[in-house]
Design a protein around this ligand. Structure first.
Ligand SMILES: C[S@@+](CC[C@H](N)C(=O)[O-])C[C@H]1O[C@@H](n2cnc3c(N)ncnc32)[C@H](O)[C@@H]1O
Length: 316
C-alpha cells in the first residue's frame, strides 16, 4: 500500500468533452473565467490557449495534489491563479477580487479525477487496495474509514440508497456493521469484499461494490450539497452573456444541474393565474442547446467520458 502523501502528479487526467466545453464557454480573449474543478488542468490549459494577454483564469480545487499541479501552472502563466478549497467559496473568491458580476464563464467538471481514482493510496478504488479514505481533500474532514467506524446502520443504509441508488443498501449496511464488530474496516478491498458478500444480485458488467463506493464517496465529500451551492452562486458571479458549463458523471449530479438551469430559465415561482410577462418572471439564464454527450471518437480513447453529460447555460 502506498503512503497517502505520495505525490501522484504523474498520473494523467484526460479532459472530457474538451471541444464541446470550449465551444460552449465561447471564450473571449480578454474574458475572466473560473475553472472550479482544476484537477490536473486539462481544461484549464485549453482555456488559457484561447485567452489573450489580458484574459484571466481562476482555478479552484479542494485536492492538495491538484493545487500542487495548479501552482506549477501559475509559475508558467501569469494569467492563471489558483485557490485551494471547495468551489462553494466561488462567490467569496470572486467578490474578494472585485469581479462580482464580471465573470465570463464558469466550468464545473464534477466528481473525481483519474489521478484520484487511479492512485490506490487515495482510497477510492475497489479494485486496488489502499487505505479507506475517499476524501478529495485528504487533509481535512472524516475519511470513509472513520465514518464507517461510527455511523449508525440506518445512516449507512440511507447513504447507500440516496447517493448510490443501491437497492440492497439495508443488507450491505448490516454486513458492514457486523464486520466492524469483529475487525476495524480500514482498507478499500476489505470494504469491497464485505459489500460483495452481502450484495445478492450484481448488475451485469458492474462490480458489486460500484454503487456503494460511489455513495460513500459522494457523502464523504458532500458532493451534491456543494454542487447545489455553487450553481446558486453562479447567478451573482456571472456577467450578462457569461456562460456556465457543467459536466456531470452520474444521474444525481446531472439532475441537480438540469433542474437548476430549468428553474433559472423559467424565473420566479409565481402563482400561475397572475397576469405577468416573461420578463416580469425575472429569468436569470437561457439554456444553450441540449445535454451533450461524448461522441464515438472520444469514447474510443477515454472510457471515463462514457457517463459524462455537459449542460451549458447563459446568464441573461
Ligand atoms: C473531474 S476532475 C476535473 C479534471 C479537470 N477538468 C482536468 O481537465 O484536469 C474533478 C476535480 O474537481 C475537484 N473537486 C470536486 N469537487 C470539488 C469541490 N466541491 N470543490 C473543489 N474542487 C472539487 C476534484 O478534487 C478533482 O480534482
Amino acid at each position: 500500500m502506498r503512503d497517502s502523501k505520495t505525490n501522484n502528479n504523474n498520473l494523467k487526467h484526460a479532459p472530457v468533452l474538451l471541444t464541446e466545453v470550449l465551444e460552449g464557454l465561447r471564450i473571449k480573449a480578454d474574458g475572466v473565467y473560473v475553472d472550479g474543478t482544476f484537477g490536473r488542468g486539462g481544461h484549464a490549459r485549453a482555456i488559457l490557449e484561447k485567452l489573450g494577454p489580458t484574459g484571466q483564469l481562476i482555478g479552484l480545487d479542494k485536492d492538495p495534489q491538484a493545487i500542487e499541479a495548479g501552482q506549477a501552472l501559475v509559475k508558467q502563466d501569469e494569467r492563471f491563479s489558483i485557490e485551494r478549497g471547495s468551489f462553494t467559496m466561488l462567490e467569496t473568491v470572486i467578490k474578494n477580487r472585485g469581479l462580482e458580476g464580471k465573470v465570463d464563464g464558469i466550468l464545473l467538471d464534477l466528481g473525481v479525477s483519474s489521478p484520484q481514482l487511479d492512485d490506490p493510496s487515495r482510497g477510492f478504488s475497489f479494485i486496488n487496495d489502499g487505505p479507506l479514505d475517499m476524501r478529495m481533500d485528504n487533509e481535512n474532514g472524516l475519511s470513509a474509514a472513520q465514518w464507517l467506524a461510527c455511523a449508525k446502520e440506518r445512516e449507512i443504509s440511507q447513504v447507500l440508497f440516496d447517493y448510490g441508488e443501491e437497492r440492497h443498501g439495508k443488507r450491505i449496511a448490516r454486513a458492514i456493521c457486523k464486520a466492524r464488530e469483529e475487525q476495524e474496516i480500514t482498507t478499500t478491498l476489505q470494504l469491497a469484499a464485505i459489500i460483495s458478500d452481502a450484495n445478492p444480485s450484481h448488475e451485469k458488467h458492474k462490480h458489486p461494490a460500484t454503487r456503494s463506493f460511489q455513495a460513500i464517496r459522494i457523502f464523504i465529500n458532500a458532493e451534491l450539497d456543494d454542487v447545489s451551492s455553487v450553481l446558486k452562486q453562479s447567478v451573482n458571479v456571472l456577467a450578462e452573456g457569461g456562460r456556465l458549463a457543467v459536466i456531470s458523471f452520474h444521474s444525481l449530479e446531472d439532475r441537480i444541474a438540469k433542474r437548476f438551469i430549468r428553474k433559472q430559465v423559467k424565473g420566479d415561482d409565481l402563482p400561475r393565474h397572475l397576469p405577468v410577462t416573461v420578463d416580469q418572471l425575472n429569468p436569470k439564464f437561457r439554456s444553450i442547446g441540449k445535454a451533450i454527450r461524448a461522441g464515438d471518437e472520444e469514447l474510443s480513447t477515454n472510457p471515463r467520458a462514457r457517463s459524462a453529460v455537459l449542460r451549458i447555460a447563459e446568464k441573461l
